[in-house]
Design a protein around this ligand. Sequence first.
Ligand code: IPM
Ligand code: MG
Length: 362
Amino acid sequence: MSHQIAILAGDGIGPEIVAQAEKVLAVLQQDMGLSLDLPTGLVGGAAIDATGGPLPAETLELAKASDAVLLGAVGGYQWENLDIAIRPEKGLLGLRAELDLFANLRPALLFEQLANASTLKPEVVAGLDILIVRELTGGIYFGQPRGVRTLDNGERQGYNTLVYSESEIRRIAHVAFSSAQKRDKRLCSVDKANVLECTELWREIMNEVHKDYPDVELSHMYVDNAAMQLVRAPKQFDVMVTTNMFGDILSDLASMLSGSIGMLPSASLDVNNKGMYEPIHGSAPDIAGKDQANPLATILSVAMLLRYSLGMAEAADKVEAAVSDVLTQGLRTADICAEGDSAISCSAMGDAVVNSLRARLQ
Ligand code: IPM
Ligand code: MG
């Protein structure tokens, strides 16, 4: 059976990191006999330049027709002054919304070889294995009304709306509880229920859904405390579930526990596990085109894609093992270099993963 994966490289370092992931996919096709169709599409700033909008209808059609989407990154300086409604980021948000990718899984896992790359002490982060489940199609990112209005006194006022319906909370709760069931069976729901009614409801629904998963231990934590605890004692967490914006912030924080934001993959899934896969870092315009970026988060996103959307756990394991191999070999891109290490390029890192993967597939 052939699978179609839409490749949306996007902007900044997107094309160079996605090129490394494509090399990995090519090895899986050649050496493992996977049959893949890999059409490409435009999204973000690249799409704005070519078509005038960040999410052309063609790209959306392609994404809908594919079994999965692999995305690089969107955004860059040259589009920062555009109206927020047509900025590159809207391409990403549009894909998430249109494909109903409400469940964003962001694993923060420390490869033991990188214990020294984190800014935190190795003993604080060694053995770290957290899964952040972020609600991705609701909350303040999408709530209406939104905008900037002019008040009667002539002053401008910006406003956004934090809104969650019960069904939105319930479906992300089920994803989080069932993820916890497959791991250490501990779920921490992160909210701001002491201040925000919307997240008071969030907490109530979490407690309700918990009844379906009696084997999972549920705890609740306010988001400010969760940020503090993630730095103080991150290993206390197994699975965390939270709202769209809190998840955006906490997942960047958690990424530094694993050494670098350049290491963290993500999966954004719909109710049928159809998904979009992307590194959680952005387009890093400052290093774009310099062949310096870390492609490992994108390559690890390919592993998640194989695991969740294509049901190919064995291939996913091999890709993850190949990443671990190159770290064991001491190969480092600039972002994960410890003092005294010398950095290799993005493409050299991609080649190294390809070589390890080939060796493992022999
Ligand atoms: C992320 C990013 C996006 C988000 C941006 C690029 C819109 O920060 O995937 O975490 O805020 O969701
Ligand atoms: Mg983010």
